[in-house]
Design a protein around this ligand. Structure first.
Ligand code: NI
Length: 213
């Protein structure tokens, strides 16, 4: 669990630091890489509505993207629980910017790398288990490959066992995408929820500072 009081004090402190100088180099665990290197065009399907979802649909808000599959035995559930915790943690701090908890400041987005089994229905049910605001995306194998390629995500299906069952090896990374649809940071498995919350809030302040100049 996060220490709510600790994060509250931290938030107060960075708000008081109008220049946000204290934020420089404080992104523990978050690695910024060349923005142009990650992200790009893709077309998938939003699992609840069945509507196309492209890179343009990421614009207008902060997003946290994660690629995985619903049959993943432990890693994906753990990561998605962390992402749900991050969504709520950021929301607590940033509620004044986007007050509705079911439409929070940062939107969690799950993208399947197992479209063969991960139907719209299956993904929609799966993401709802983790967070009411989490959306799920699927598509054809080719569409999923395109999206994974854009975000430099690796995935590979293992051979099937006698029951036709298989796993999918995949990168375990969450991607922060800003309201311009631009990739800004990624977080590996070892980055904690609290570190992610701080990084996302810091990036949102930087964005505001930049756009104000
Ligand atoms: Ni997984």
């Amino acid at each position: 669990m996060l220490t709510g009081a600790g994060l509250g004090l931290w938030y107060q402190k960075i708000q008081e630091d109008k220049e946000h100088r204290a934020l420089e180099g404080a992104e523990s665990g978050a690695a910024a890489v060349g923005a142009a290197a990650v992200g790009g065009p893709f077309t998938l399907t939003e699992c609840v509505t069945g509507k196309p979802f492209t890179e343009a649909d990421l614009k207008g808000r902060w997003n946290l993207l994660y690629f995985g599959f619903t049959a993943c035995p432990d890693v994906c559930p753990e990561e998605l629980e962390k992402i749900a915790e991050v969504t709520d943690g950021v929301q607590k701090l940033m509620a004044s910017k986007r007050p509705v908890a079911t439409d929070p400041f940062v939107r969690p987005v799950f993208i399947t790398v197992d479209p063969r089994r991960d139907t719209r229905e299956r993904v929609a049910e799966y993401v709802a288990e983790f967070h009411p605001a989490m959306i799920g995306l699927t598509g054809t194998l080719e569409q999923v490959r395109q999206a994974a390629h854009a975000y430099r995500v690796y995935f590979s299906q293992t051979s099937e066992d006698n029951d036709g069952d298989y796993l999918v090896d995949h990168s375990i990374i969450s991607y922060l995408v800003d309201p311009n649809g631009e990739f800004v940071a990624f977080y590996g498995k070892n980055v904690t929820a609290e570190e992610m919350i701080k990084s996302i809030v810091e990036h949102s302040f930087k964005g505001r500072t930049t756009s104000a100049q």
